[in-house]
Design a protein around this ligand. Sequence first.
Ligand SMILES: [Zn+2]
Length: 698
Amino acid sequence: MKQAVRLVFVAVILIFSCSKTDQNPFFTEWKTPFQTPPFQKIKDQHYMPAFEKGMKLQKQEIQTIINNPETATFENTIEAMEKSGELLTTVSHVFYNMNSANTNDSLQSVAKKIAPLLSKHQDDILLNDSLFQRVQLVYEQKDNLDLTPEQNKLLDEYYKDFVRGGANLDEAKKAELREINKELSVLTVQFGENVLKEDNAFELVIEKEEDLAGLPENVIQGAAEAAKGKGYEGKWVFTLHKPSMIPFLQYSEKRDLREKIFTAYINRGNNNNELDNKKILSRIAALRVKKANLLGYKTHADFVLEKNMAKTPGAVYELLNKLWEPALKMAKKEAYELQTMIFEEGNNFQLKPWDWWYYAEKVKKAKYDLDEEMLRPYFKLENVINGAFMVANKLYGIRFEERKDIPTYHEDVKVFEVKEADVTHIGILYTDYFPRESKRGGAWMSDFRKQSNIGGNKVTPVLYNVGNFSKPTADQPSLLSFEEVNTLFHEFGHGLHALLSNCTYPKLSGSDVAWDFVELPSQIMENWASDPEVLKMYAKHYEAGEPIPDELIEKIKAASKFNQGFATVEYLAASFLDMDWHTLTEPTELEPIEFENQSMKKIGLISEIVVRYRSPYFRHIFSGSYSAGYYVYIWAEVLDADAFRAFKETSLFDQKYAQSFRENILAKGGTEDPMTLYKRFRGREPEIDPLLIKRGLK
Ligand SMILES: [Zn+2]
């Protein structure tokens, strides 16, 4: 996942000074290495004044652009806007990243307070007539301006931002749009906050040792430590955080307890308490329709998708439908296998969703003699990180050096300086991999500072990778599951997109690309993570140090298509649900559970599988940036499977392809049309077959 800090005007980081009496670190020059955020000095109370001043300064800058007596030009209008709002950009990046990875009540209250103010600030810019007239003037002469392709794209993007932001509406409709934006800004923050609180609210406290039946020793130990941390000394605690819940679902022999934790998980935001998200999400969906209609679009999806490679809801549904039928067929076959195992064990109950992980694990063991716990010892976190660094090194020649002198916001965070083969500085990467209550679930990449190079002013990127991976215990280091390994490589791939960016303007740099192109650099890395040749290089036993044996690699390979029906169906169902919510044509507030049931019924989802995200905790679409966009993972998988095949057919670290991928994809950000970039790398449009084969659907 990629997290976007949603500001229209993203600009380079500031360095400016102010009076000595002002202790707010956002108002002083950062003397840290590479001007990284001085986390040790940033306190919760610094954000609000920094936001307020940041907005004020940008307002003045915008006014200066408007007041310029000279005719509007690319430089004095578009580039000037791109340079505006430095302080606001900086504080936004630091704040939103902290609110996701290390939040507390006080940051959450700032988030709620600032959301409508930022929404208003953005509307004040996009709905400003005099400013839009200047932008329009430049846009109309674009063919005579002798702009570079990147400048052309930047001009297009700004023009589109204004039009899509309502610049062409009459005053009454502009006022209506402002109200909608304001309400949406508050509701989406509230939605995410409720999910986080629901994540933390549930505890499965186990008091009797017999209730631990089936669980591996390291899982038990982790649960004992979690219990101790929560004041239940001598007991065991499981939570809804994935590293705690998934092993429980995989191994616990206690069917009633599996049901209990799973039911709690799928009812987050749906408990009719003060954290319930049902009303909020139906209101969000309705407001989005209203906004789309106001701007002349039939649905919210039409509004979103015009900026993506897919362009229309029809194109998205077409891809989803193409995959749904073979995936569902395979999932039904898998369900049958699991049910057979249940009967063979002498039970006579019907397979339920909370049984799936448990029996899938058993069938996998029976069929491939492979279980998750056999792999973990080879995936010590540090070895996996080294593996990711090694792949990047072999592909692009870049290297990673740990820096202990750069401030962090939490003791779990590590910092690396990234350098070219010739030791030129590229950027800074923070890693933050363990779950805690102050961090939301999932994994993501985001930036503290984007790469740019306006007028020779070279700004290097500062970014971070966050995960919620298995923690070390008292006598074991952090040992990752195979899925966690893939996630780490995935986020690292987003990181490379940001690091290897070589653009002029921050708005187009790094991973600021069409939303269905953004997962290509991330997902392609997962192919290296699981390739036998690469596994041999980094997957080393955490105690003995020997590389993963061939026999185990063979088993991984043989089992690679196992449970893919489930994984694909669970994912596609969520993509359909997202599209269904966002192709509504009427701004009516619907009953979410009823709507969701209908949506799942329409595609024929089987009762043994629950959609990967139910509506009340579907954060990607109701509080993240993936509305009408959850499909992008599979869209990009068509691209990454096709792109990786180029390497697979030559060599995994083929320098010609690596160079081309770096130059044509990673370095280019959003400066050109994604399909143009892809074709430049691959020599043709992507084909869907490699994806179908990879998932065992063909
Ligand atoms: Zn991603």
